[in-house]
Design a binder for this molecule. Sequence first.
Ligand code: FES
Ligand SMILES: [Fe+2]
Length: 362
Amino acid sequence: MSFMRNSWYCAGWSTEVADKPVHRKILGEEIVLYRTESGKVIALGDKCPHRFAPLHQGRIKGENLECPYHGLQFGGDGKCVFNPHGEGKIPRSAKTDAFILEERGGALWIWMGEPEKADPEQIIETEFLADKTFVSRTGYHPVGGNYMLVVDNLLDLTHAQFLHPETVFGKGSADRWQVSKTGKPSEGGEEVMQEVWFEETEDTMTAHQMMRNKPKPPLWDPIVDYEMTDLHSWITWYAPSNLRLTLELSERGSNEGPATMIVMHFLTPIDEFNCYYFFAIGWDTNIEDQEAADRVLGIVLQTIIDEDGPIVEDCQAYMGETSDLFSLRPVLLPTDGVAVKARRRLEELIQDEQEQAKVAAE
Ligand code: FES
Ligand SMILES: [Fe+2]
């Protein structure tokens, strides 16, 4: 299976990489992350070129990483810089891959493509993680399914009323989802209790959901004391597999500004049939209450680990040994519109990238 390579993928959260090396497998490649004594996070190929020991089992030595097996040390550029044996001569082939890694706003971003095309300006913002007017939590969960199945899941949040009755959606009255085809809420939308609409730009696809006059979903219980609510949420996809969800919850009938929540979802392929689901959540209401924050995190973990993760894994299992959804001729619903477009757009981007690489190699 082909992945988009010229793109930033989330490799983890800053807090995960401290005094011990960390293992990741990204786009099928074994990778080790470590933080040097001077504080920089380095990403190297995890296989030692000597006997292929996993370098992540080794030790950090200043700016270098020491192999756990015979003690060769590697620097941030992947070259062996110290050989503790014989006269200490370093064979020229004693090197491992080195990847560009950027640490931004509490997240670690790896570039697996052509180094000269890496532009840190394209890294998706996680500004709320450092914003004092927000409280936030981060985490991740490995999912045994193709990463685009999770993107499908997120671009069609109408699944929430069926899959998440105890967590993010709640047991509130559920209506039929109406689909507005105009790129905005339908005229006279106040009468429509559940509506979706889609927007797209050259680089993004966004799915909006509007829910009116519903009991407050359980996710918001620790944060606000409203009873009946209006909830506008919109989720934007950035190719290949990073999404930003914004939720604005207002008390029904109140003129007060909404409570805002932002949830980042970064899906990083491990291989064709597995991915990391990195998430960050932040909100701007009741931010001093740490116990409330932990309860919100608990609900998010339950949603991702006990609900979304398992259904995606079950779907993948029934799809069998393929990640090519369209080859299985799935039924398409009106609410699938944006997820289908995102898949088509990604296919084009991957094809373009491969054609450019072929031209460059000729
Ligand atoms: S396997 Fe790494 S030094 Fe021997
Ligand atoms: Fe979900």
